[in-house]
Write a protein that binds this ligand. Structure first.
Ligand SMILES: [Zn+2]
Length: 162
């Protein structure tokens, strides 16, 4: 199993087969097994863009589970349900604060969403997490300010009419 790891202070790019070893989800590279926990920890509480997706294998036969990304066939129950929908692909991306809430990794943006880590086990996956400036938050704040200003203006106009 090979994996590409590139962890520069605030960027995580990992590609490889994720699996559970002794109840810990992780991925292997030439340096050995690394847990997802270890990979995510440096970016905890940072504002990030996160991407989790299965990697298509162009050489895989047509209709292969996860288009070649799933290793579960005949080994057990794929957590993503490839037995029922073989060509369904995980392609999840979110922007927000990477946080750990009750032992669960989440992205907290306009709502709090759990990272779909439970689907990675036994799949060839890409995990990209990049620390960025919280753009959306500032835009959202600006928008809310504007809505507030319009509201005030309307109230002023109403009071003038009276
Ligand atoms: Zn699968």
């Amino acid at each position: 199993m090979t994996a590409l790891h590139n962890i520069i202070s605030d960027t995580v790019i990992v590609e490889g087969i994720f699996y559970i070893r002794q109840e810990i989800l992780g991925v292997s590279d030439i340096n050995g097994f690394r847990s997802v926990e270890e990979i995510l920890e440096p970016l905890k509480d940072k504002y990030v863009k996160a991407l989790l997706q299965y990697i298509v294998d162009p050489a895989a036969p047509r209709g292969s589970w996860g288009l070649g990304s799933c290793l579960w066939k005949d080994l057990g129950e794929c957590p993503f349900g490839h037995r029922f929908n073989p060509v369904a692909m995980l392609d999840w991306s979110q922007e927000g604060y990477l946080c750990k809430s009750g032992g669960v990794w989440c992205i907290r943006g306009s709502e709090q969403l759990e990272l779909p880590l439970k689907y990675l086990d036994g799949h060839n996956c890409r995990m990209v997490i990049i620390s960025i400036m919280p753009r959306q938050v500032t835009e959202e704040t600006k928008r809310q300010d504007l809505v507030g200003q319009v509201g005030n203006l309307l109230n002023t106009l109403k009071s003038l009419k009276k």
